[in-house]
Design a binder for this molecule. Sequence first.
Ligand SMILES: [Zn+2]
Length: 333
Amino acid sequence: MRRSPTFSLLFLFFLPIVLPACGGDGAPDTGPNADGAPAATAGMDTERMLGHVEELASDRYEGRLTGTPAAERTRRYLIRHLEESGAVPCVAARPQPDSLSAWEHMAPVEEGSDRNLVNVLAVVPGAGGAADGSGAAGSPRIVVSAHYDHLGVRGGEIYNGADDNASGTALLLELARHVAASPLRHPVVFAFFDYEEGGLRGARAFVDAPCGAGDIALNINLDMVSRSEEGVLYAAGTRHWPELRPVLESVSVPAGMRIAFGHDEPGTGSDDWTFASDHAPFHRAGIPFVYFGVEDHAGYHQPTDDFDQITPEFYRAVGRFIPRVLEAFDAAQ
Ligand SMILES: [Zn+2]
């Protein structure tokens, strides 16, 4: 799930404001290392990110349905890479079964249910912060999220969910490595949520009982960030949290993508994405959010949402843009 696939004519009347592709720094940005940072240390490695998508959207992961061996296989992959990243497990709020690793947080899919979901939660402490992820002097935390689950196998067809949401998951995995190499002022929690497709359940469980310690200042949610022929990434949420917009507008936008504000107008039906993905429980709890995602496309919730259908140049640009967004909020908060 993210939203109804219905396209609304309202979109024509609420045309988004699209910022130019050139950022404020005017610097050319044409490759993975164009930020001038060494790829192996501080730079976001967008080729590695693409490799994660190709892997997670392959048939081996059988569409990553909650509660299946394929979902567990997905978590093993995430954890193996997190262990190499320099991030650490975010301490669970509730006692956890011994069968789970420290990175995994189990919760009932809803209160009283005997079915469970499993989030994977990592943290990079803020510079000078405590090892459990709480920040120095009570520095609040930034939670960056992406759901790793998808629809599984239906009618014999595998729903690989390359864009929805292997793309956000892969970006988040590489972002954790990037941030661990150069920690920010604020602690950053990397939340790989389960069972978004069942009603944002993993995110709801997290907001009810967050891992680690400390307030949450902001949620940055990534869901469907790799497929746009037009090269447009939406930032939704600033209508509700207008103080976030100047920070976003200050971020230089890499070549290969544009950023558009919108999809957060109340009363516009399925065009309003305010409650359409894992940022919604944060918003309901009074925590500011910004959601990044692409416009609906032909592969949305179809078995054709495959790796060979994503838009690599656009996705690479998004992979360079999101770390800048995180750094801008880290500096502004
Ligand atoms: Zn999704």
